[in-house]
Ligand binder design. Structure first.
Ligand SMILES: Nc1ncnc2c1ncn2[C@@H]1O[C@H](COP(=O)(O)OP(=O)(O)OP(=O)(O)O)[C@@H](O)[C@H]1O
Ligand SMILES: [Mg+2]
Length: 267
C-alpha cells in the first residue's frame, strides 16, 4: 500500500463531511476553524471541494491574495488553501478522480502548513473520490458528519459511516445544522422536526456534538466573507460553535486514549 504523507507539524487532521450536498459543511468548517482559533489553537483550513470550492468566499479571500508561494493564505489567523485560490471563481474545475487525488496531494505536500493543532478539511458532498483520496493520502484523525434534521435518515448517515469505516477513519461526531429557528419572541421553532440528529446519534452510536440554529446572520456573514464566529463572537450562535469545538476536542482526546497501547514485547 502507498505510504501516507507525513505532516509532522500537524497534530490533528479532521474532515468535515456529509453524504448530501448543501447541508452547511463549508459554513460549519469555517466557523469551527475560527472557534478553535478563538480557543487558542493553531488552525489550518484545506478546501477539498475541488469542483465547488466555497471557503475563499466564506473567508473573504480572493485569488490575488495568494502570492503563488508555497505558503497558504492567512485570514483571521487561520491558514487556508483552496482550489478557489488557484483558478478564477467562474472557471469550472472539471476534473476526473485521479486529478482530484493529485490536487489534494499537492495541497498537502507542496504547501507549508507549519505547526498546526488542527487541519480542518472541508469535503465535497458524498462518499466519493475526495473522501477516499484524503484517507489514503494522510492519517486522518477523525471525521465530523453534518446533517440536516429532515435529512437525518439512518440510511444516509450509515452510508457515510460505512465509507469512513472502510477507510478506517473514526467518526468523531454528528452535528445537526439548521435545527431550529429562534423567533423575535425568543422561542425556538423546530421547523423540520425536533431531535432527529440526537436520535440518529443514539441509533448509530456516534457522539452528538450539537445543533446549530437556522439564522440569516449565518448566511449573511458567510456571504460577506466574515463568518459569524469572527464577526459576532459574543452572539449565542458563536457560543454554539465554540461548544461544538469543545465537544469535538473531547472526542479527539477520547479516541487518542482508546488507541490500544503497544503490547509488552518480550525481547
Ligand atoms: N445554520 C445556518 N443558517 C442559515 N444558513 C445557513 C446555515 N448553515 C449554512 N447556511 C447557508 O446554506 C448554504 C449552504 O451552506 P454550505 O455552502 O456551507 O453547504 P455545503 O454542505 O458546504 O454545500 P456543498 O455540499 O455544496 O459543499 C449557504 O448559503 C450557507 O450560508
Ligand atoms: Mg461546501
Amino acid at each position: 500500500m502507498q505510504q501516507k504523507i507525513d505532516l509532522p507539524g500537524v497534530r490533528h487532521i479532521v474532515a468535515v463531511a456529509s453524504a448530501k450536498g448543501g447541508v452547511g459543511k463549508s459554513t460549519v468548517t469555517a466557523n469551527l476553524a475560527l472557534a478553535l482559533k478563538a480557543q487558542g489553537h493553531r488552525v489550518g483550513l484545506m478546501d477539498a471541494d475541488i469542483y465547488g470550492p466555497s471557503l475563499p468566499q466564506m473567508l473573504g479571500v480572493t485569488t490575488d491574495e495568494w502570492d503563488r508561494t508555497p505558503e497558504p493564505v492567512e485570514k483571521y489567523g487561520v491558514k487556508l488553501m483552496s482550489m478557489g485560490l488557484l483558478i478564477d471563481p467562474d472557471q469550472a474545475a472539471a476534473m476526473r478522480g485521479p486529478m482530484i487525488h493529485k490536487y489534494l496531494q499537492a495541497f498537502l505536500t507542496q504547501f507549508q502548513w507549519g505547526e498546526l493543532d488542527f487541519l480542518l478539511v472541508d469535503m465535497p458532498p458524498g462518499t466519493g473520490d475526495a473522501q477516499m483520496s484524503l484517507a489514503q493520502l494522510v492519517p486522518v484523525t477523525g471525521a465530523v458528519v453534518v446533517t440536516l434534521p429532515q435529512q437525518v435518515s439512518v440510511a444516509v448517515v450509515r452510508r457515510g459511516l460505512a465509507m469512513f469505516q472502510t477507510v478506517r477513519v473514526p467518526v468523531l461526531g454528528l452535528i445537526e445544522n439548521m435545527s431550529y429557528f429562534v423567533a423575535d419572541d425568543g422561542k425556538r421553532y423546530y421547523i423540520f422536526g425536533q431531535g432527529g440528529g440526537e436520535r440518529i446519534a443514539r441509533e448509530t452510536g456516534i457522539p452528538f456534538l450539537g445543533s446549530i440554529p437556522i439564522d440569516p446572520r449565518i448566511t449573511e456573514s458567510g456571504d460577506r466573507g466574515d463568518p459569524i464566529v469572527h464577526a459576532e463572537p459574543n452572539s449565542s450562535i458563536a457560543q454554539t460553535y465554540l461548544q461544538i469545538a469543545q465537544r469535538m476536542k473531547a472526542e479527539l482526546d477520547r479516541c487518542a486514549r482508546e488507541v490500544a497501547p503497544l503490547p509488552e514485547l518480550d525481547l
